[in-house]
Write a protein that binds this ligand. Sequence first.
Ligand code: FAQ
Length: 312
Amino acid sequence: EMSPEERDFQAKIDAETKIEPKNWMPEGYRKTLIRQISQHAHSEIVGMLPEGNWVTRAPTLKRKLQLMAKIQDEAGHGLYLYSAMETLGADRDEEIQKLHDGKAKYSSIFNYPTLNWADMGAVGWLVDGAAIVNQVVLQRTSYGPYSRAMVRICKEESFHQRQGYQILLDMMREGTQEQKDMVQDAINRLWWPALMMFGPHDDDSPNSQQSMAWKIKRKSNDELRQMFIDQTIPQLEYLGCTVPDPDLKWNEERGHYDFGEINWKEFYDVLKGDGPCNRERIATRRKAIEEGAWVREAAVAYAAKQKQRAAA
Ligand code: FAQ
């Protein structure tokens, strides 16, 4: 027997009416959203680090400005998502503390190193490319603030993806053999981790069924992964590169690319904190928070002073 609140909530979900912060919602719905949106926000913030690694070594001023603009967008996405999370009653400081204690998840992809300049291209093309496939669908998520955040974020991610692909195109068209080899090397290292961004197989995804029923997720992990591969392989061919998957081939009957099995042990090792860069990423975030403490304290003191002045 549904309560009137539950009935109203379900009616909204059925009618594709967004759930807004002040509406009644099941506790599980609220918790799932806090989990997903906080993980998403942490991913944006930690995701600044692999690219931050290359700001001082960008090959031209133009590339440096583009890279800085992209990284600043990611900071903006993170703050935007933390705000969406706060509308659910979660505390930003508490959630960030969980990240710094190694208790919160963020996307596995950001625990891999960026070893050469071509990685900046491959991150933009593959990582932002995968992010877009996932986030375009999330524009239709049932929670209003999250859905609206995705609309803006997707616009910026499209620019990121284009700038990444352009880096790789330039290197493949005008580069030396050594630069072309760097592109292929970057793709070889980032291809499988990019596919892991979509999460476990649907059958091994504990959250999917309920999240799909609540319309938090609109397409499954495997569906999105397939969409990403299908749209990325023609771009790969246009570049003149390959992916490190001997099983990848077009399947005429399915109308999709077949592909090999992901190394799930590696995926779960990274989730447990044992990826190549997990410790370094968390240590860098902790240091940034500690070193920025005086700025936050000064801002609070300034705000208090302004308030006092206004009252006087
Ligand atoms: N990494 O039951 P499911 C970006 C966790 S893009 C780490 O399938 P769910 C832009 C999952 O959280 C990246 N953990 O879970 C950018 C769950 O954990 P829990 C961020 C993963 O939620 C580009 C457990 O495994 N995008 O930042 C991963 O239904 C370039 C079981 O999995 C988003 O977060 C993974 N790859 O589906 C920035 C998109 N996969 O808490 C800088 C929004 C799964 O139950 C540079 N999120 N897990 O222990 C989503 O769409 C979903 O949360 C999924 C996972 C699809 C990621």
